[in-house]
Design a binder for this molecule. Structure first.
Ligand code: LLP
Length: 427
């Protein structure tokens, strides 16, 4: 369910015509629907209502502080993976006891920042990291709460770049190493081992790998408890997929039912880290047609939005539906929708049957709320797009479009010696 619908052949976000935003704010831009964001958060969170739980929205999916603030106001926490994400979460006033911190490469500065802010827990991804956090906590005279991220060696059947719980992936530690880490942690005075964690991948469209992973974690929790560990938290990560095209992922209530059934009476507070399922279909990317170009081989629709704005099609070969902002019952043609970037990998859609487009038309790239803006860059010195949040008949610009000045703002030119006028001096 989302609030991007046609009314009289014109695409609306809630009660605002997308064309109006595109004209007033300019293109390319991201547009998010507040009602959809709220609905998705509530649907997910309430699916777990029967269990003690905390929904920690995964900041990386869409990191805008207005969106973080919205979920925080609905009782949500966050899953972060960097000091920058922690900074954003705090700016959005997410209470620090609702913040969990994952990631294989936490730096000393990031660890210190998170310790200072007293986050709920670190999800540990290696023994060296555990020791590092212990050292930093000792230096700060604190106790760090940690969960061990377990790599359950399960194939999530998704794109290889976003599968994270297989033996060959860099994430987590094996069950046996986790048990050894627990034994080691007894001598680490500044570590409080409070939970186990796993995250096996993203855009999963079947519930089976989640249940398999959970079975392994359950068995491991029993082994931990037999050895005297106080496991109070079980973090099941994120990963639930959404519909981009023809996928049929489980609904949040089906996902929750399968997990809760498998969990039984485990006596742990559940942590969930959904990202895409909350924001993915709550956002679109809007771009304007600059030129249309017919070659012998292809018809290109050249837009002002590009791979720097939305890299998913180029990076993963992902499918995003592209549709006209103003619909008319015209003929269609087979096109590639491309951007201005100087690479042939710069496309938003390939080989699509689209209604004939003309210069100045707006196109909506659907399902762009997750890993859209948050993965964007300035490649080709393109200022990043504006982000807009629609609420009923109103909209707010929640990130202004970058300017050319923003591009060079952090750069400095050293004083180069004056250009040598006199040629080489051999003496
Ligand atoms: N928790 C952890 C530890 C994660 O690494 C991730 C995503 C999540 C939660 C949220 O997963 P989600 O519910 O969104 O599937 N850029 C890729 C997706 C990368 C996912 C990385 N980790 C894409 O555009 O498909």
């Amino acid at each position: 369910m989302h609030h991007f619908q046609y009314k009289a052949e014109e695409l609306y976000c809630e009660d605002v015509p997308v064309r109006v935003i595109a004209r007033q704010v300019g293109t390319p831009c991201y547009i998010y629907s507040m009602a959809t964001l709220k609905h998705h958060f509530l649907t997910f969170d309430s699916a777990f209502a029967n269990a003690e739980h905390l929904t920690c929205y995964s900041v990386k999916a869409n990191s805008n502080i207005a969106i973080l603030k919205l979920f925080g106001s609905m009782g949500g926490g966050v899953d972060i993976v960097s000091g920058g994400e922690l900074y954003r979460a705090l700016k959005a006033r997410i209470p620090s006891d609702r913040i969990v911190y994952s990631g294989v490469g936490k730096t000393v500065e990031e660890i210190d920042f998170a310790l200072r802010e007293k986050i709920l827990m670190f999800n540990i991804e290696s023994i060296q990291e555990l020791e590092q956090i212990n050292r930093r906590a000792e230096a700060m005279n604190l106790k760090a709460s940690v969960s061990l991220r377990v790599n359950p060696d399960i194939d999530p059947n998704t794109h290889p770049y976003i599968s994270t719980g297989m033996k060959k992936n860099k994430f987590g530690i094996s069950a046996e190493s986790a048990l050894r880490a627990f034994e080691d942690s007894k001598s680490l005075k500044n570590i409080d081992l409070v939970g186990l964690d796993c995250h096996i991948g993203s855009q999963l469209t079947d519930v089976t790998p989640f249940v398999d992973a959970l079975q392994r974690l359950r068995a491991l929790i029993d082994r931990f408890r037999l050895r005297g560990a106080q496991i109070r938290y079980l973090d099941l990560g994120g990963g639930l997929g959404i519909v981009y095209d023809q996928e049929a992922p489980p609904q949040p209530h089906e996902y929750a039912r399968a997990l809760l059934q498998e969990l039984g009476d485990i006596d742990c507070k559940l942590i969930l880290e959904p990202g895409r399922v909350i924001v993915g279909n709550a956002g679109i990317f809007v771009t304007k047609v600059l030129y249309t170009k017919r070659t012998q081989a292809k018809n290109f629709v050249i837009c002002d939005g590009a791979m720097n704005d939305l890299i998913r099609p180029s990076l993963y070969g992902s499918y995003h539906t592209v549709q006209p902002v103003a619909r008319s019952l015209q003929e269609t043609e087979m096109v590639d929708v491309v951007g201005p970037i100087c690479e042939s990998g710069d496309f938003l859609a390939r080989e699509r049957e689209l209604p004939l487009t003309a210069q100045g038309d707006y196109l909506a790239v659907m399902s762009a709320g997750a890993y859209g803006f948050s993965m964007s860059s300035n490649y080709n010195s393109r200022p990043r797009a504006a982000e807009v949040l629609v609420d009923g008949e109103h909209y707010h610009v929640i990130r202004r479009r970058e300017t050319w000045e923003d591009l060079v703002g952090p750069e400095t030119v050293p004083d180069f010696p004056e250009e040598d006028q006199g040629g080489r001096n051999d003496e």
